[in-house]
Design a protein around this ligand. Structure first.
Ligand SMILES: NC(=O)C1=CN([C@@H]2O[C@H](COP(=O)(O)OP(=O)(O)OC[C@H]3O[C@@H](n4cnc5c(N)ncnc54)[C@H](OP(=O)(O)O)[C@@H]3O)[C@@H](O)[C@H]2O)[C@H](O)CC1
Ligand SMILES: [K+]
Length: 450
């Protein structure tokens, strides 16, 4: 599974806006469909490598892309058949079908498979789950190679419904931009390798996939404090904060202080008693404070979180510290990153609806903080509407303690100064890169070892 890095992500509504802007600038929808169909034909041609191809066409413009591709493949000499679910229901799809010179079979349980199936049944216009009979028909093709046009049919393009496409794709060709369905579970797992075909629209880039991961080199004149000083506050379970502190150092902080713990995970980490925490908050060299790892919810934490908020320092709030800070966050002017996992998010923001992206964005607006909504499909959202989607990440990170490590990496990136959204993106990228590099057998401690 893979996703093109730093690629725009558009919802169905944003896609329609981009189409409309294209039309105003003189590019017709039918030209966009020609570009889409050509990209589908090209990808199918390579995937089939001379083997027969069956193109499944739906009633809308997704089906239109399928007819255009079928005609282009036939003109290239490919052995291409077309099976349709219904008559074309749009002008564009009707015109595309009229251009297809071959026969159109009826798609049903008798339809003979082919080594490559092009799924052009439904794209971003799907409005309800697929009928059971159609889903069963599609499952019969599971042994073939599958190329999905725009999204695997049955997926909600906006990722707001958890409908699972019955025919998972080997390759999904996203048209014009990625869609939320490509980066959010459960649909992301059905997309296989996602490729992006430019079709001529210009996409808003506020929402993007994670950029390619490049480790940032320290400046030639760097010293330990210019690289950022991180203060980690340990709770009653100090092992978690030790991981956090070690991760901050490993992710590039020049100096890390761990308050409230007795053990230093590395000799280079300064350990101090809990009573020193207030004093340290006044240390002007502290570039970021991380609080939450190893804390159960409680008043004691509330007091410390208040102190951090009063200090005005950039901060990373994890686990129980998120709920403790919530009442004051939006009116406290500070740079903050919140790192809730699914359960913490649901408890903290129970009244948010829509896709995981919609909910992360709403939480960022509500708290005026950057929200790293963790999971296999981590979403990073800023209050100004920027979003980065981290799918497919690394499945090896699904193990205890990796969240503590991520909080430390966020602290390190935040302590450098600069924008908290960029810091969170860099931290998530660093975390995934380590997870991918270590792979099988990963335990959280490995992420902070050399
Ligand atoms: N965005 C662009 O710039 C371009 C996109 N292109 C392609 O167009 C599709 C989106 O096309 P659209 O026509 O809006 O929608 P679909 O083709 O996905 O499907 C809509 C039709 O399907 C019917 N429908 C919806 N849900 C179901 C269902 N569960 N079962 C059966 N039928 C369903 C729907 O009928 P309604 O009853 O809901 O009215 C429509 O008939 C995009 O994904 C790209 O592939 C073009 O290439 C142009 C550029
Ligand atoms: K499709």
């Amino acid at each position: 599974m893979s996703i093109p890095p730093d690629a725009p992500i558009l919802t169905g509504a944003a896609m329609r806006e981009a189409e409309a802007a294209c039309a105003i600038q003189g590019t017709s929808l039918s030209e966009l469909m020609d570009h889409a169909g050509a990209a589908v034909a090209d990808t199918a041609w390579r995937m089939a490598a001379g083997a027969p191809i069956l193109i499944l066409c739906g009633p809308g413009n997704n089906g239109g892309d399928g007819y255009v591709a079928a005609q282009m493949l036939a003109e290239r000499g490919a052995n291409a058949r077309v099976a349709a679910l219904a008559e074309p229901a749009t002008k564009l799809a009707t015109a595309a079908r009229a251009r297809w010179n071959g026969p159109v079979e009826t798609l049903d349980e008798q339809t003979k498979p082919a080594p490559l199936i092009v799924d052009a049944l439904f794209g971003v216009g799907l409005s309800r789950p697929l009928a059971d009979g159609l889903a069963a028909t599609l499952r019969r093709f599971a042994a073939s190679r599958i190329l999905a046009v725009d999204v695997p049919s049955g997926a909600d393009g906006d990722g707001a419904k958890d409908w699972v496409p019955p025919l998972p794709a080997d390759v999904t060709l996203a048209l014009g931009a990625l869609k939320p369905a490509h980066v959010l579970l459960p649909t992301a797992a059905a997309c296989g390798r996602v490729l992006l075909a430019p079709i001529g629209i210009s996409a808003n880039r506020a929402m993007r996939s994670l950029p390619a991961i490049r480790p940032a080199k320290p400046r030639p004149d760097a010293h330990k404090f210019s690289r950022g000083m991180v203060l980690v506050f340990a709770g009653p379970m100090p092992g978690a904060a030790e991981l956090t502190a070690a991760a901050a150092l490993r992710a590039g902080a020049g100096y890390v202080v761990l308050d409230g713990s007795e053990r230093a995970p590395f000799a280079a980490i300064i350990v101090e008693g809990e009573d020193k925490f207030g004093e340290r908050l006044d240390d002007p060299r502290v570039g970021a404070v991380v609080i939450g790892p190893g804390f159960p919810a409680g008043d004691e934490l509330l007091f410390d979180v208040e102190a951090v908020l009063d200090s005005g320092k950039p901060l990373v709030l994890d686990a129980a510290a998120i709920a403790a800070a919530l009442p004051r966050l939006s009116e406290t002017p500070c740079k903050a990153i919140l790192t809730p996992h699914e359960g913490e998010f649901a408890r903290t923001f129970p009244q948010l609806y829509g896709s995981k992206i919609d909910r992360a964005k709403a939480a960022a607006v509500r708290t005026q903080a950057v929200v790293v909504y963790k999971g296999a499909d981590t979403i990073i959202a800023a209050p100004d509407g920027r979003v980065a989607a981290a799918w497919p990440g690394s499945p090896w990170l699904a193990t205890a303690g990796t969240g503590d490590v991520l909080a430390g990496a966020c602290g390190a990136m935040l302590a450098r100064g600069g924008d908290p959204f960029d810091a969170a993106v860099a931290a998530v990228g660093w975390h995934i890169a380590r997870g991918q590099a270590i792979g099988p057998g990963l335990v959280a401690d490995d992420l902070v070892r050399a």
